[in-house]
Design a protein around this ligand. Structure first.
Ligand SMILES: Nc1ncnc2c1ncn2[C@@H]1O[C@H](COP(=O)(O)OP(=O)(O)OP(=O)(O)O)[C@@H](O)[C@H]1O
Ligand SMILES: [Mg+2]
Length: 369
């Protein structure tokens, strides 16, 4: 069993947070064997540096002057609504599209002049299915290992490991055309992990998978990340992004519109909600409306919904004291912090869930050859 305990994850400025580093106490508890390892998961190295990146399809500018960097060893999420430009950026960073304008350095190599070295440093799981329908599961991984010149022994060991991981043991010799959609996705992720690249790009890795499979894949992706692989992720699952990301950039209309770690992004909204059940909702409402921290008070299903413009953890006791001083009895109080969904809607004006649904409809039907 592996327990990852985040000892410190400061919601401060990025440089400071990286300088301090995140200490991850890793307890490997394996039957009677107890091991402890302590390491900083951040280094000060930028494994990806993107400056002034632009990309146009004909007259349409899909990427409009984007600059960002990714720290070595982190899980970096690139989030945005449909058509924001995420896949275009990934396709440029993975050498599938040319650099039209701007500069990109990956693992110390210049994308424009050293694309081959970049390719050897990265792995990718594409948004759309890219399996050869006539190859079996094992052959798919075998071919990939050969393309990357993996040694025979290592290749075989890794194939066994990956097949077990993505739980396709009983499909080992089945052609990919006869796998279910979820199985294909699992195989593609396994293929992306075959070479243990320095940076693994995952463009919507878990879309369409059931919750259990998603969770299992993330457990493995986190292990891969722990062993040093930087993860560059796009996803429409905000819960995933919230749980796994060290850093998030939100992109829309080809520009980055917000950046931060998940806690910072959520806290920056400054819109905590407090749900109150009181002995006199109307009187409470009037009292609360006079408070500086209160942005809005509404009647909710069971009591009042209070929107506040400051950290609710500190504000809630003040509100309760104020009501008590005014002779109100508080029956129940519930604090809700903003979620990453709220952050997404705030910056993009769109609901990620709708974007995700649109995306599901776009997932490839079976491709015929
Ligand atoms: N080959 C292409 N030719 C013309 N326009 C394109 C092409 N590929 C993408 N676009 C356009 O560029 C914009 C960005 O597309 P991109 O696929 O990068 O978005 P995305 O953020 O990955 O969206 P999604 O969340 O739907 O995957 C969209 O408006 C899209 O229509
Ligand atoms: Mg995309």
């Amino acid at each position: 069993m592996v327990i990852n305990l985040f000892v410190m994850k400061p919601a401060l400025g990025r440089d400071l947070s990286h300088a301090i580093g995140c200490l991850r106490l890793k307890l490997d508890i394996d039957s009677q064997q107890y091991k402890t390892g302590l390491r900083t998961i951040k280094t000060m190295e930028n494994i990806i540096e993107v400056n002034g990146l632009e990309y146009s399809y004909g007259n349409f500018k899909a990427v409009d002057g984007i600059s960002f960097f990714v720290r070595e060893g982190e899980i970096f999420s690139f989030l945005g609504p449909n058509g924001a430009g995420k896949s275009t950026v990934i396709n440029i960073l993975t050498t599938l599209l040319p650099v039209q304008k701007g500069s990109v350095i990956i693992a110390g190599y210049d994308l424009a002049t050293q694309p081959e070295q970049v390719r050897r440093s990265i792995g990718i799981v594409f948004q759309d299915e890219t399996l050869d329908r006539d190859l079996t599961v094992k052959e798919t991984l075998e071919l990939h290992g050969r393309i990357y010149s993996m040694q025979r022994d290592e290749r075989r060991r890794r194939i066994d490991e990956i097949i077990k991981l993505v739980e396709l043991e009983d499909k080992r010799d089945v052609r990919t055309r006869n796998l279910s959609g979820g199985m294909k996705r699992r195989l593609e992720i396994g293929r992306g992990l075959m070479t243990r690249p320095k940076v693994l790009f995952l463009d919507e890795p878990t879309i369409g998978l059931d919750t259990q499979t998603r969770r299992r894949l993330w457990d493995y992706i986190k292990l891969v990340n722990d062993s040093g692989t930087t993860i560059f992720l796009t996803t429409h699952y905000m819960d995933e992004a919230d749980q796994v990301s060290d850093w998030i950039d939100i992109v829309d209309h080809g520009k980055i519109i917000a950046s931060g770690n998940p806690a910072k992004l959520k806290n920056a909204l400054g819109r905590d909600m407090i749900y109150l059940e009181t002995s006199d909702d109307e009187a409470s409402m009037n009292m609360l409306k006079g408070l500086k921290a209160v942005m809005d008070v509404k009647v909710a299903a069971h009591g009042l919904a209070v929107t506040i413009n400051t950290d609710g953890t500190h504000c809630l006791p003040l509100i309760m004291n104020r009501l008590r001083d005014g002779g109100i009895r508080i029956i129940g109080a519930n604090l809700k912090k903003p979620t990453l969904d709220d952050v997404f809607v705030h910056y993009t004006g769109r609901d990620i869930r709708n974007a995700g649904v649109e995306k599901l409809h776009r997932i490839q039907p079976r491709r015929s050859r």
